[in-house]
Design a protein around this ligand. Structure first.
Ligand SMILES: Nc1ncnc2c1ncn2[C@@H]1O[C@H](COP(=O)(O)OP(=O)(O)OP(=O)(O)O)[C@@H](O)[C@H]1O
Ligand SMILES: [Mg+2]
Length: 254
């Protein structure tokens, strides 16, 4: 599903050059739930931004869902970002003037080709996702009326809207208290089992790491534990992500 080989990432400005990743290797099988740990500044966000197609200024091979990312034209990379990877951030990144429902359906704006939906399909899918994250009654409210945990659940529903096989989360529980963080973890575990979504979760929280199926550590430019765990069963034929229909009932076809 994800295979990173010899990844080098350097940041440069007028005064300094720092090599954050120096020949790092990492792989993840479809359906894994991987906790990514490491000290502040070790390169965790850098790594997931590259895997998520947000940053293409690196040296090395990054292959995700059978796509070699650096070889993709910009338009295909944009499609990859919208269809293959969902992003969840520590600070939620909800759009303040849009209702919860409209926040969840925002990714529909970026869908193209076959993945474009009719307005009623968009609504229906967003409502089902809200129900799945236990926010069915909050569709019409603005994000400012929600608690931190509720905001994060909206952000997760939004990240899942285009049914990406991979969810990338950068300290998703960093702004939440322990109980709320635990609820978000429950949700991740459920998504991982129910949809087979591959989860990459950057975290400082040992509870998250305990929920994960594998833990990797970014340290001194390398990714420790980044190779497939020997106990993980061999990949199923094809190794393609199973296309999840949806969390709840499938949409009525026209
Ligand atoms: N745009 C940038 N320009 C210059 N340096 C950067 C940039 N982004 C990150 N860095 C540097 O790269 C290193 C890794 O940053 P990164 O954000 O990946 O760390 P991190 O492991 O996510 O840290 P944290 O746990 O604090 O979020 C840091 O030393 C940081 O200062
Ligand atoms: Mg970071």
């Amino acid at each position: 599903m994800i295979r990173v080989r010899g990844l080098h990432k350097t940041y440069r400005d007028e005064t300094r050059t720092i090599e954050v990743l120096s020949g790092a290797d990492f792989e993840a099988k479809a359906g894994e739930f991987i906790a990514i740990r490491g000290r502040s500044g070790s390169g965790k966000t850098t790594l997931i931004n590259i895997i998520g197609g947000l940053d293409r200024d690196y040296v090395g091979e990054v292959r995700v869902a059978d796509k070699l990312l650096h070889a993709l034209p910009e338009a295909d990379l944009a499609h990859y970002r919208s269809a293959t990877v969902g992003f969840v951030f520590q600070s939620f990144h909800l759009v303040r003037h849009l209702t919860v429902l409209d926040n969840v359906s925002l990714p529909a704006v970026f869908a193209r080709g076959e993945s474009r939906l009719r307005a009623d399909e968009i609504q229906a899918r967003a409502r089902r996702l809200l129900a799945e994250v236990d926010l069915a009654d909050y569709a019409e409210v603005l994000p400012s009326q929600l608690s931190g945990g509720q905001k994060q659940r909206v952000a997760i529903a939004r990240a899942l809207f285009n049914r990406p096989p991979i969810l990338v989360c950068d300290e998703p529980t960093g702004n939440l208290d322990a109980t709320t963080a635990e609820e978000i973890l429950e949700l991740f575990a459920r998504l991982n089992t129910k949809l087979g979504t591959t989860l990459l979760v950057v975290t400082h929280d040992p509870h998250v790491a305990r929920r994960a199926t594998r833990e990797v550590t970014v340290l001194d430019g390398q990714i420790h534990g980044g190779h497939l765990h020997p106990r993980v069963p061999p990949p199923s034929p094809g190794e393609t992500p199973r296309p999840h229909s949806d969390i709840a009932a499938p949409e009525a076809t026209p």
